[in-house]
Design a protein around this ligand. Sequence first.
Ligand SMILES: NC(=O)C1=CN([C@@H]2O[C@H](COP(=O)(O)OP(=O)(O)OC[C@H]3O[C@@H](n4cnc5c(N)ncnc54)[C@H](O)[C@@H]3O)[C@@H](O)[C@H]2O)C=CC1
Ligand SMILES: O=C(O)C(=O)Cc1ccc(O)cc1
Length: 371
Amino acid sequence: MADSNGNPSELTLRRVLVIGTGLMGTSLALALREAGIETRLHDIAVGRLALAVERGAGVPHDEDLDGGYDIAVLAIPPDAVAGELLRYQRLGVARSFTDVASVKSKPLAEAEKIGADMTTFVGGHPIAGRERSGPAAAHPDLFVGRPWVITPTPAAGEEAIAAVRALAVAAGATPVVMTAEEHDAALALVSHLPHLLASVLAAQLVDAPRDFTALAGTGLQDVTRIAAGDPQLWTEILAANADHLLGYLERFQQRLQDAAAYVARIARGDAAATTALTELLRTGVQGRLRVPVKRGEPAAGFATVAVTIRDAPGELAALLRALAEAGINVEDVRVEHEPGRPVGVVELDVREDKAQALIRCVRDAGWQLYV
Ligand SMILES: NC(=O)C1=CN([C@@H]2O[C@H](COP(=O)(O)OP(=O)(O)OC[C@H]3O[C@@H](n4cnc5c(N)ncnc54)[C@H](O)[C@@H]3O)[C@@H](O)[C@H]2O)C=CC1
Ligand SMILES: O=C(O)C(=O)Cc1ccc(O)cc1
């Protein structure tokens, strides 16, 4: 089942079994149903299964259908994946099997060790999620435009690879193939380290006076949001990727020590240390530019233009319409209102090469702008 380039050909999914109807499983089942695919559900927690069914994610799995699924998706914690994979393979429920766990090497190694069939199993990880768990937090659009990492081993059969690709595409995601080892090295830096750091930072706040935390702005919300994630699940994720995580954690520790040394010198009145501190902050600005902001595109290469508009019905729509008519695609919009003031500020993000055209268009139409 391969095309002339050696890529697995397309496969049509008709019926999918989702095992684990929490955040990920229910979101996936909702997305698959929107794509016209029949879904059946199972969870060891009957309340979670009932809520997923209630939300329209599918109907409970019926053993009469064992053998009738194109693919079974294990949307359960990483440490449960290998054992459940073997169990469901022995029951012969589906032609192919995958998981959605946030770490890939450990479940794979465990599956091999306990004798799971590695021809029908291909690991997967949708890089999409939330800091909330359970079916109540699920959303069918969760995967739209997001990468979905697929980690086939050399033993993996073409049908299983094609089935996992089809699953990712049906959910609106973009399949990205890599090894489990490459995945874990990358995710340690972009997901597992940030989670641990957010938790450490948020833990500092536990003993803080309430009148201090009451003053927190969106900055603190931004850097601590993911710390609200399920501690049990994240312990499994961090422990399973401890080797890669440790390397990044040590480098982070070094930078933090440097920062602490600069601050200590500044506190002692050594003004020269401010240059070193500024340099570190500049490096942070550079790193931040590498964080994708929209559908995998980096923030670098974008320009932000602020426009003041009257706080009146239709004013924002008129601005966006004028830009659309000029053929300018706005990548992101933020609106700031000052209570009691008759104007609002609209921040428009556009590609740098469109910035001049945007400025001309906004000026010609008579709006006030700030670059
Ligand atoms: N939370 C997130 O943002 C993301 C999570 N993931 C991965 O997705 C998987 C699921 O995570 P969430 O949906 O967030 O967790 P969740 O806690 O919302 O859902 C997990 C569900 O699995 C069920 N379950 C546990 N063991 C089971 C078993 N043996 N058989 C059947 N059901 C079982 C639980 O009752 C629960 O309903 C994890 O492996 C996680 O690493 C991947 C990407 C993002
Ligand atoms: O909440 C967020 O912003 C996330 O980054 C969610 C997330 C959590 C775990 C994953 O394995 C993948 C994505």
